[in-house]
Ligand binder design. Structure first.
Ligand code: CA
Length: 685
């Protein structure tokens, strides 16, 4: 013991070992550092720092930046401790930087299997790390949890948390609960059974695992809660896995020893396919509380019973202490994808309120104030026939973190206002990227589509929301639909980036825009702030991608894909950003001539939509990934070896050899070339 004490006193490099339960508990007072994903266990993302404030922010400038070797989505929240930044990029690659100079200290690549990209729903992103007693914890895209020595970047242990024969993936950040590392997973779109696991931080040994949906009843249920949940399902739901994955939010309340997590949509999205005969399908689209020590079920609240619209309840969960009707309440809050802002009692799970925070919600008329159950609109559901619903599948708010200023009683978040989309299932559910059972608006011409196209409310906003008074204090209309995660500070500032690459500081009191930096690529990640040698900094990861950037980039213009970067700002910072050029400056030219027919191009269009669109973009207009209209003659000559032969598997281009034959491949080629020719004729990029 004496030896340990002596060693710990030897140098500053040991400070990282002292990020333990006590220090995590006191994270709010530790204003210099950003110790956990949401800064504190409550995940309020509010910093007490005020050197950068509503008067000094005009002198804020870029201090240093570092370009990352990726054009994919970057979504991480950096951890900052004692002058070092730890963060992640696409493909679960980890970096450590000196927080003052930006010098790269080390990088760690877990070498995820890039050929599995076909069953990654929403880009190869990673949202960040957890830190505990000198180790960083990384959850990888291919389902591993890796402990990394923070000082050296060397792996300490590496465990597989999923059945790798199934289409699981992980994009979320692990969380810490008293010596345990908590992690969920993703994959409900492709057919998996969701769960949250707790691993021993020292050894990587599994401590407990909680499933979010029941399994095959013949195998017996893992808990009484799942046995009861099974009564809300019909048919052979377990055969697809059921879904309900916790792909992002996990929070821990150390005082109550409760772990809270949100669960996603079911497999399949459409309840008639998933559970013929209906039912609430617990615990899909729910918020659950389990004991930190054991994983034992404590309570649940189902946000969207019998979800049919991909309304995951996987948006950030935030803990706060609010006074509601004169009574102090410990609450958990979520601005859910389905357009309602939820406040629940986090001790008991009791429903407190659900209030629309965007306009145009059409799937439900309201949430009953007593039962907490939403009242579905008659237009929201028509069995396996298409319906037009709002919010759309990307939600009124998604994973992008929100922030809470307790002194003002206000939550800040970016919202997607008035979106709507035709929601139309395939006839049956198929476990493959090619048949994601997503509403494909273009398969349904006619009235619904015309209505969807006529949507006029489609706009992004940053809002300041009072969860007690259940109203917005202010709303700022953004020039783009999609905006990123939020940071609030005691300097009366709210920081947020946007799809068009602008990083803005707003005055927290009224939403006035005070400062604007053009990061040259779209922003989704939330900024963090910290103190190093007495000076305040703001750091942000940038890089456009994710489901929005990949599948529907043209919906998010003015589009700014580019190389990912980490940017650090300080008062007086005067560095210039010199981004590596990305994208195309002129219209495409069809690189080869192909003998084809209009019928083949039409077939190619359908095949492209089925197999290519989710990564290479709708209408063959790409965001972060190669725009196939610009494919060179050389690429066209290798088309078959790339798409069917899998020759670029290690780069993340999966093989479609089991799906496409040569003639179908030529049809896709013909379609892509036709799109290039059309853009060229119109003089458009
Ligand atoms: Ca989903």
């Amino acid at each position: 013991m004496l030896l340990l004490v002596t060693l710990a006193a030897c140098g500053t490099s040991d400070a990282i070992d002292r990020v333990d339960d006590a220090r995590l508990n006191a994270a709010d007072r530790d204003s210099a550092n950003w110790l956990t994903y949401g800064r504190t266990y409550s995940e309020q993302r509010f910093s007490p720092l005020r050197q950068i404030n509503d008067s000094t922010v005009r002198e804020l400038g870029l201090l240093w930046s570092h370009e990352l070797p990726t054009t994919r989505g970057v979504e991480a929240t950096p951890i900052v401790v004692d002058g070092v930044i730890y963060t992640t990029s696409a493909w679960s690659v980890v970096y450590a930087f000196d927080a003052i100079t930006g010098r790269q200290l080390w990088t760690y690549d877990p070498k995820v299997d890039r050929s599995r990209a076909r069953t990654i729903c929403c880009d190869v992103v990673n949202r960040g790390l957890a830190l505990y007693r000198g180790k960083l914890f990384l959850a990888t895209l291919d389902g591993r949890l890796v402990a990394i020595a923070a000082r050296t970047g060397l792996p300490v242990w590496d465990v597989t948390t999923v059945d790798r024969s199934k289409p699981y993936a992980i994009t979320g950040a692990p969380r810490i609960a008293k010596g345990r590392v908590l992690i969920g997973n993703a994959g409900a779109e492709f057919g998996v059974r969701g769960y949250v696991s707790a691993f021993d931080a020292e050894t990587g040994k599994l401590a407990w695992r909680v499933f979010s949906v029941p399994g095959d009843p013949k195998q017996g249920f893992e808990s009484k809660a799942l046995e009861a949940a099974a009564k809300t399902w019909h048919g052979e739901y377990w055969k697809t896995g059921g879904g309900g994955t916790t792909w992002d939010p996990i929070v821990y309340d150390p005082d109550l020893d409760l772990v809270y997590f949100g669960t996603g949509n079911g497999t399949a999205w459409y309840r008639d396919l998933r559970s013929p005969g209906g039912g609430d399908n617990l615990f899909l689209a729910s918020i659950l509380a389990v004991r930190g020590q054991t994983g034992e079920y404590v309570w649940h609240y189902q946000v969207t019973p019998g979800d049919n619209w991909d309304y995951d309840a996987t948006q950030p969960l935030m803990l706060a202490d609010l006074t509601i009707s004169g009574t102090p309440r410990k609450v958990v809050m979520q601005a859910s994808k389905n357009g309602f802002f939820y406040v629940l009692d986090r001790t008991t799970g009791q429903f407190i309120s659900a209030t629309p925070y965007v306009s145009g919600i059409s799937w439900a008329t309201h949430v009953d104030s007593v039962s907490g159950r939403p009242v579905e609109s008659p237009t929201a559901y028509a069995g396996l026939k298409p319906v037009l619903v709002s919010p759309d599948v990307e939600g009124a708010h998604n994973w992008q973190p929100m922030a809470f200023d307790a002194s003002k009683g206000v939550v800040y978040l970016g919202v997607r206002n008035g979106t709507q989309r035709v929601h139309a299932p395939n006839a049956e559910w198929v476990s493959d990227l090619s048949d994601r059972n997503m509403g494909d608006d273009r398969r349904y011409e006619g009235e619904l589509n015309a209505k969807a196209a006529g949507a006029t409310l489609n706009r992004g906003e940053l809002i300041a929301w009072n969860p007690v008074e259940r109203r917005s204090v202010w709303r700022v209309t953004l020039p783009v639909l999609q905006s990123g995660g939020v940071l609030a500070t005691a300097g009366n500032l709210v920081f947020q980036g946007r799809a068009d690459g602008h990083f803005i500081a707003y005055r927290a009191a009224d939403g006035a825009s005070l400062w604007d930096f053009d990061a040259a690529t779209g922003i989704m990640a939330p900024p963090v702030t910290y103190l190093a040698r007495g000076k305040q900094y703001v750091t942000l990861m940038v890089g456009w991608g994710g489901t929005m950037g990949l599948a529907n980039p043209q919906n998010y213009g003015p589009l700014k894909p580019g190389f990912g970067r980490i940017l650090t700002f300080a008062i007086g910072g005067a560095a210039k950003l010199t981004p590596t050029p990305y994208g195309h400056s002129a219209p495409p030219v069809a690189a080869i001539k192909l003998d084809t027919t209009a019928a083949a191009i039409r077939e190619g269009d359908m095949l492209y939509r089925t197999y290519c669109r989710f990564c290479h973009g709708g209408n063959a207009i790409a965001g972060p990934l190669p725009d196939l209209r610009y494919a060179t003659a050389d690429v066209h000559r290798q088309f078959e070896s790339i798409v069917i032969g899998g020759s670029r598997k290690t780069l993340g281009m999966p093989s479609f050899g089991d799906k496409l034959n040569s003639s179908q491949l030529r049809a896709i080629q013909a379609y892509v070339l036709s799109r290039a020719a059309a853009a060229n004729a119109a003089g458009r990029r």
